[in-house]
Design a protein around this ligand. Sequence first.
Ligand code: G3P
Ligand code: CA
Length: 225
Amino acid sequence: MLCIGHRGAMGYEPENTLLSIAKALTLKVDWIEIDVYNVENNLIVFHDRDLSRTTNGTGNICDRSFDYLRTLDAGQGQQIPTLIEVCDLVNRRCGINIELKGIDTAGLVVKLIQEYIEQGWQYQDFLVSSFNHYELKKVKDACPQIVIGIIIYGLPLNYLEIAAELQAVAVIMSCDFVTKEIVANIQNREFKAFVYTVNKPEDINNMKLLNVDGIFCNYPDRCFG
Ligand code: G3P
Ligand code: CA
């Protein structure tokens, strides 16, 4: 079962910061997961729309300038990182799951991935995911080689059809809805079953018993316990 460090290793360090990514790397994650927004044509790594929970700033991230965001403290003196900074830090030591949070992120992410491919990275070094399947379609239409996963809320009736239509490799679902049968249904269609967010040791064990392919975890070391 793959261990995907959620927002880096957010159980240990401020989420979606370089410190959190570095911690996840020391814990030997297979992948890290981070969230991105487009702010003035820069891809910045951040989870919430509102700045106040995780920084000393206020307001909606998309109403703020890139320069303002870079002055903020995202925890322990960390700057809100750019996606480029995250990729450079990771430097192919694990996979990077880029979750498209904001609108108009698809085009910038495709461009960024292609730039890293030109530097010698592989498409398999990235997994692009989103709850916004329209944004994922834009990614796939622009560059079919990019590997994508659909994230689903709850358990829609047609999630397997959506995954097939988008040529996704993975269905990413909440641990609240996962069962052995659902995992089998996903895997029988040749998709990977990834589950978020699984933190308790007993739940992690249960995911292994259910044969899921990977979990998102705030405490990545627990995946290997
Ligand atoms: O991709 C899995 C998970 O990260 C989705 O939920 O809210 O943590 O971005 P959230
Ligand atoms: Ca996420």
